[in-house]
Design a protein. Structure first.
Length: 261
């Protein structure tokens, strides 16, 4: 028998009139992958389904390797017409699915119209199956991938430590240079609420003095309803978007990557 939360989640997906958000996830702390994992699991709260496009290769901290799953498959196979995108979905925890995409990241500047059409169809299908489509972003603030740049929303999870705070400042600067309209921020590992809000206040002060990138407080990973806030549209400035908007931005960044390469 389904629990009430499972039934509610199923009804949300069945009757949802807007597509699930595409959110690029960045983690700043002493163990970024563990921080990303903690956040992704938190996002499944309330029987929500989260599908993650994982840009990390096994030797770069892939999610499959973190959960002890054998590597295999890549989103690129679906773009080449070799398989359906759902064949690459691997359920690693309750409500959490991973789609490996390390090879796709390296090939993004080579995608042609046919590849982009398949990618749009694939993203549409992943959004249909999920309450949230996340990008587990590879690289650093100085070299954002086209997928991370194309995401409609960006979430920075910051460990409450000196390492986390310093890394967060670098992400904020890099995202501002990349043209991010705003950045959603959550804190993990704080001693208490005062510690968490003090860290967010210091980051807000940094961005006000140096880059002017608006920060949106999303609370603490361990204590607040992160899943609810990240699956709710941000309003007129950040409406829910279909795959076409994501692909349109991805194409633009693919062209830039091709020229830069």
């Amino acid at each position: 028998m389904l629990h009430a939360s499972d039934q509610a989640a199923g009804l949300r997906r069945l009757f949802r009139r807007t597509p699930s958000a595409v959110v690029a996830l960045f983690a700043s702390g002493r163990a970024p992958r563990a921080l990303a994992l903690q956040t992704l699991v938190a996002l499944t709260e309330g029987a929500r389904r989260v599908v993650v496009i994982d840009e990390h290769a096994p030797d770069e901290g892939s999610l499959l390797s973190a959960f002890g799953f054998p590597e295999g498959g890549d989103l690129l196979g679906a773009l080449q017409g070799q398989q359906d995108v759902t064949e690459n979905m691997r359920e690693v925890a309750d409500g959490l699915w991973v789609v490996p995409a390390a090879a796709t990241v390296h090939a993004v500047s080579l995608l042609d119209e046919a590849h982009h059409a398949r990618l749009e169809a694939g993203i549409t299908e992943l959004q249909r199956r999920a309450d949230l489509l996340a990008i587990h972003s590879v690289g650093d603030a100085r070299s954002l991938t086209p997928f991370a740049r194309a995401a409609g929303r960006r979430l920075l999870v910051v460990e409450a430590s000196g390492v986390g705070a310093r890394g967060a400042c670098q992400w904020i600067k890099g995202l501002a240079v990349a043209g991010a309209g705003s950045l959603e921020v959550a804190v993990s590992g704080a001693r208490d609420r005062a510690d968490a809000t003090a860290l967010f206040a210091s980051l807000s002060d940094f961005t006000a003095r140096h880059v002017g990138l608006p920060l949106v407080w999303r609370g603490e990973v361990e204590r607040d309803g992160l899943a609810e806030s990240m699956t709710t549209p941000l309003g007129e400035r950040h409406p829910a978007e279909g795959a076409s908007a994501f692909i349109r931005r991805l194409r633009a960044w693919s062209v830039q990557a091709s020229v830069a390469g």
